[in-house]
Design a protein around this ligand. Structure first.
Ligand SMILES: C[S@@+](CC[C@H](N)C(=O)[O-])C[C@H]1O[C@@H](n2cnc3c(N)ncnc32)[C@H](O)[C@@H]1O
Length: 290
């Protein structure tokens, strides 16, 4: 072991620098995650729980297990352990203001012309983001569900996608939802919880998707929200992702990213900043609206 080793007390599982690198390499190739050396104690504290759950005595054995084909579920446990699902309703509210003021007016025209409207919440966590999008849409297009208006909400973590689909949250989270929307779009259940109402639900399709994989749809999207997800990826992976999003946007479509993220690389030729962490597809490219 080296001085960087953790987990050295008698009751703990040893975690060498080589173990950390092997986990970091796997996280990079499979999920695009960038685990800096400084994350080593965090990785240890989160993964040692998985080793105990699987009754595995060393990180080498855990890696061997992860590499087995039939251990896909454990690889997903790994990503759950390594990423954070922190989210909230109307997080970074300025994006929803821009959606309402800049993007929805054109969506209304599309709806009136019988055309499709598509929005993607990529890395949707437990659903607060796509439900906030749906409530914003419904405020301006109350009959959206009767038109060709759809929100795709995806995340790599199957458990979190299930929670999102369930759409039930503790009452204290409802304070993040503007009053008018809360009154119209959520339903209290029991004493402690509320559920998202039927109208927002009808607009959303939830699915599991690793953003590193091929995307099984063609778009194009009028707006893409991918916020606080790419922060885990290295710069090369981020730049490829921005470019792939650009290709999925309609001309003039919007990309919203997280507060500490920035679009860099080739996509900057076509994605123009139009507000805080908000971009518009201004260049050629992007697919024409179907
Ligand atoms: C911090 S949450 C962000 C939730 C929401 N977008 C927001 O800003 O409030 C990050 C989410 O990204 C997901 N994620 C991480 N890596 C991913 C990948 N390679 N593909 C898809 N989702 C990923 C995680 O599972 C997690 O739910």
């Amino acid at each position: 072991m080296t001085t960087g080793d953790v987990g050295t007390s008698a009751r703990e599982i040893p975690f060498s620098d080589a173990d950390f690198r092997a986990i970091a390499d796997l996280a990079q190739t499979e999920f695009g995650l960038n685990l800096a050396e400084s994350k080593k104690p965090l990785v240890y504290s989160r993964l040692s729980k998985r080793l105990k759950a699987r009754q595995v005595g060393s990180f080498q054995s855990y890696l061997t297990l992860l590499n087995q084909k039939e251990e896909n579920a454990e690889r997903l446990e790994l990503i759950s352990a390594l990423t954070t699902n922190v989210t909230s309703f109307f997080r970074e509210k300025h994006h929803f203001d821009m959606l309402r003021d800049e993007a929805i007016p054109r969506m209304i025209q599309n709806v009136k012309a019988g055309q499709r409207v598509r929005i993607w919440s990529a890395g949707c966590s437990s659903g607060q983001e796509p439900y906030s999008i749906a409530m914003t849409l419904l405020e301006k297009i109350p009959d959206a569900a009767r038109h060709n208006v759809k929100i795709l909400a995806t995340d790599i973590d199957p458990k979190i996608v299930e929670r999102a689909r369930n759409g039930q949250y503790p009452l204290e989270e409802a304070t993040g939802i503007p009053d008018t929307m809360r009154k119209a779009q959520v339903v209290p259940v029991a004493d402690q919880d509320f559920r998202i109402g039927e109208e927002p639900r009808k607009l959303i399709t939830f699915a599991e998707l690793n953003l590193m994989d091929a995307w099984p749809f063609k778009g194009p999207f009028d707006a893409i929200f991918c916020r606080n997800v790419a922060i885990y990826f290295n710069q090369e992976t981020q730049q490829r992702l921005w470019e792939r999003f650009r290709e999925m946007l309609v001309p003039d479509g919007f990309l919203f990213i997280g507060h500490s993220e920035r679009v860099t690389g080739p996509a900057t030729h076509s994605l123009s900043g139009v507000g805080i962490t908000s971009y518009r597809n201004s260049g050629p490219g992007g697919r024409p609206t179907a």
